[in-house]
Design a protein around this ligand. Structure first.
Ligand code: AMP
Length: 217
């Protein structure tokens, strides 16, 4: 099972990727999580990436491609994987085709999660993160607040710098300009499955699994 989760910021890629990784017992590679870990550890990559991430811009392709190539050629990706947040540009998608060829991953599916733009803004502005383990919570759906305790471990919850309203606008513009064309790239290959992401987490998850089962890939 090789899946690429695709969609605008805030459609629930990370949440769904974690659930699917558990369900299919395959590794989940989130480029956003990998970058945030690099920023926290102040590695060379983290220092380079931080300025772009905080501004809501994309991290340069060459850094991203090196990172994802390292993850996919490793032994953990042999039985399958879920990519969440990659590719985000057409050059990244083109290079991923070469990497897939190198690792023999000829059959894969792009899961496109589609959510109404107004709901995306609402979700991002109410999204809180636990800095300890990266878990995501919604102040719309749960009784959680910024600086309040993480329901799982008690660490004070934070709002991601790039979830602030002014940065969200920039991220959505970047998505439309640079990332949306990636969907057209994969549609031409006939590998896209689109699911309605406006529903609850569980309903969207069931919908994805049903669509994947129907594909029998
Ligand atoms: P995410 O957690 O997926 O929303 O990613 C957070 C931020 O990390 C993005 O807004 C980008 O700045 C950066 N990022 C993550 N994945 C990529 C990628 N494939 N290409 C470029 N930048 C990325």
């Amino acid at each position: 099972m090789k899946l690429l989760l695709f969609g605008a910021p805030g459609v629930g890629k990370g949440t769904q990727a974690k659930l699917l990784a558990d369900y299919y017992s395959i590794p989940h590679f989130s480029t956003g999580d990998m970058l945030r870990a690099a920023v926290a550890a102040q590695t060379y990559l983290g220092v380079q990436a931080k300025q772009h991430m905080d501004g809501g811009r994309l991290v340069p392709d060459e850094l991203m491609i090196a990172m994802i190539r390292d993850a996919l050629v490793g032994p953990t990706a042999k039985t399958g994987f879920i990519l969440d947040g990659f590719p985000r540009t057409v050059p990244q998608a083109e290079t991923l085709t070469v990497i897939f060829h190198d690792i023999g991953a000829s059959v894969f599916t792009v899961v496109n999660i589609d959510v109404d733009p107004e709901l995306i803004i609402k979700r991002l502005s109410s999204r809180l993160m636990c800095p300890n383990d990266g878990k995501i919570f919604s102040s719309e759906l749960m009784d959680v607040r910024q600086n309040g305790p993480c329901p799982a471990c008690g660490t004070p919850l934070i709002q991601r710098v790039d979830d602030r309203p002014e940065t969200v606008r920039e991220r959505l513009e970047v998505y439309n300009a640079k990332t949306a064309p990636v969907l057209t790239f994969y549609e031409k290959l006939g590998v896209v499955v689109t699911v309605d992401g406006n529903d609850t987490v569980d309903a969207v998850n069931l919908n994805i699994r049903n669509k994947l089962r129907a594909l029998k890939r």
